[in-house]
Design a protein around this ligand. Structure first.
Ligand code: UDX
Length: 312
């Protein structure tokens, strides 16, 4: 929008929130549609960022059928829209297409190690078939597609109940609650800050690279190291609590981003601690906001107007 584009945001608000975009409401280049991508959509557009789907494991496992419908029927609908109006489509795919990887770090030519009937399958198999659909539409119908394999990302405007590790640890540390580590904490992840991802998505959309591209920050940490880092940054006295391991939890994950560097000239620039401090600041404000807005309905004051009788 700041580059002068007209932007239509389509959301069913399953995990999104109007508050995240409310500052744009009323802007002449902005439109917000409450719509579920599982139903067809008829609009005129030049580019489609297909970001629909819950992305947090607790959210996508909460309703696996809905997650599958969003990633299959939803993807078919947006590909149909792209075909009809001649738009370019960028699919937000995921590092989860690599499953519990046997190749480390993960390169785009790795086919993955996914359990097709496990609890994560609705998401990782959903995204895998979404990629398949993109390339079928590209080959058969000539639709221009871009596929971003997005690695763990965090930042302000994540939902308080998102359930992914970054928001969980920050909120727990801020509230003096134990930081919940699933399993031994020796599993690894690499976290990228949201603005780096957004720059990568825009660069990919406007490039001529139609094959999948990893977008992530390759700085890898164990989850236990990560818990300790967040505790220190918050200055929290919280304990670290070890809970049972999540089923089929990938044991290591780190993007190989040579392709993005070479073909898009992109790489992450926000250091982990700087990004975490911004997220901590955001969640601190959110907790204050929540404490001051308990949504207790206030009794309406009686409206008495002179010369008129009020009928209820
Ligand atoms: O409170 C928590 C939450 C999570 N974890 C652990 O932290 C690690 C990261 O878990 P998250 O839930 O944040 O995210 P995951 O890496 O499992 O999945 C993510 O992968 C990449 C994206 O496509 C998605 O955002 C999401 O599916 C896992 O090992 C998980 O078991 C904890 O130890 N404690």
């Amino acid at each position: 929008m700041m580059d002068g584009h007209e932007v239509t945001v389509v959301d069913n608000f399953f995990t999104g929130r109007k508050r995240n975009v409310e500052h744009w409401i009323g802007h002449e280049n902005f439109e917000l549609i409450n719509h579920d991508v599982v139903e067809p959509l008829y609009i005129e557009v030049d580019q489609i960022y297909h970001l629909a789907s819950p992305a947090s494991p607790p959210s996508y496992m909460y309703n696996p059928i809905k997650t599958l419908k969003t990633n299959t029927i939803g993807t078919l609908n947006v590909l149909g829209l792209a075909k009809r109006v001649g738009a370019r489509l960028l699919l937000a795919s995921t590092s989860e297409v690599y499953g519990d990887p046997e190749v480390h770090p993960q390169t785009e030519d790795y086919w993955g190690h996914v359990n097709p009937i496990g609890p994560r399958a609705c998401y990782d198999e959903g995204k895998r078939v979404a990629e398949t659909m993109c390339y079928a539409y590209m080959k058969q119908e000539g639709v221009e597609v871009r596929v971003a394999r997005i690695f763990n990302t965090f930042g302000p405007r994540m939902h308080m109940n998102d359930g992914r590790v970054v928001s969980n640890f920050i909120l727990q540390a801020l509230q003096g609650e134990p930081l919940t580590v699933y399993g031994s904490g020796s599993q690894t992840r690499a976290f990228q800050y949201v603005s780096d991802l957004v720059n990568g998505l825009v660069a990919l959309m406007n490039s001529n690279v139609s094959s999948p591209v990893n977008l992530g920050n390759p700085e890898e940490h164990t989850i236990l190291e990560f818990a300790q880092l967040i505790k220190n940054l918050v200055g929290s006295g919280s304990e670290i609590q070890f809970l049972s391991e999540a089923q089929d939890d990938p044991q290591k994950r780190k993007p190989d981003i040579k392709k993005a560097k070479l073909m898009l000239g992109w790489e992450p620039v926000v250091p982990l601690e700087e990004g975490l401090n911004k997220a901590i600041h955001y969640f601190r404000k959110e907790l204050e906001y929540q404490a001051n807005n308990q949504y207790i309905p206030k009794p309406k004051p009686a409206r008495i107007k002179k010369g008129r009788t009020r009928h209820n």
